[in-house]
Design a protein around this ligand. Sequence first.
Ligand SMILES: O=C(O)c1ccc2[nH]nc(Br)c2c1
Ligand SMILES: O=C(O)c1ccc2[nH]nc(Br)c2c1
Length: 167
Amino acid sequence: MSACVCPGSFDPLTLGHLDVLLRAAGMFDVVHAGVAVNPGKQGLFTGAERADLVRRALADCGDPRAGRVVVEEFTGGLLVDHCRRLGVRVVLKGLRSGTDYAYELPMALMNRDLGDVETVFVVGDPRYGHVSSSLVKEVARHGADVSGLVPPAVRAALAARLGENAP
Ligand SMILES: O=C(O)c1ccc2[nH]nc(Br)c2c1
Ligand SMILES: O=C(O)c1ccc2[nH]nc(Br)c2c1
């Protein structure tokens, strides 16, 4: 039974993230989407909200691979410790650009040193090459329609959350 961990903040999940999770589920029997919860860093959504949005987006997407993805929060701590708890030795990340690779490289080498965890990379759909959680939040705060960037459940959650926070 092959398995990998796909870690992220998912604050919130984008269509780029969903693309990577589904591609991972096409290669591994089980994909552990790891929602990283950093107590010191208050995201737009709580860890539980982020994990719930990932689960709902997977349930709604209509892709048969989605059933292979399990969503877990992991609070603080090292990714290698989360992998050890799960008994998984492969981390999978998406790459949109060389910049992503440059950022991921030291962490991949560190995770190999710290926990004998290997990192594999999948090239995401170039349609989402410009999409990140932070940029989505930025444009959504300014009233942009983000329906082409995030799943419907996330779009609704952003409208609700940012509507609450609207100046
Ligand atoms: O959500 C994030 O912070 C984040 C970052 C980097 C990422 N690479 N692949 C995925 Br899926 C991913 C998610
Ligand atoms: O949302 C982000 O911050 C983020 C960062 C880096 C990423 N690489 N691949 C993906 Br999908 C991705 C998403």
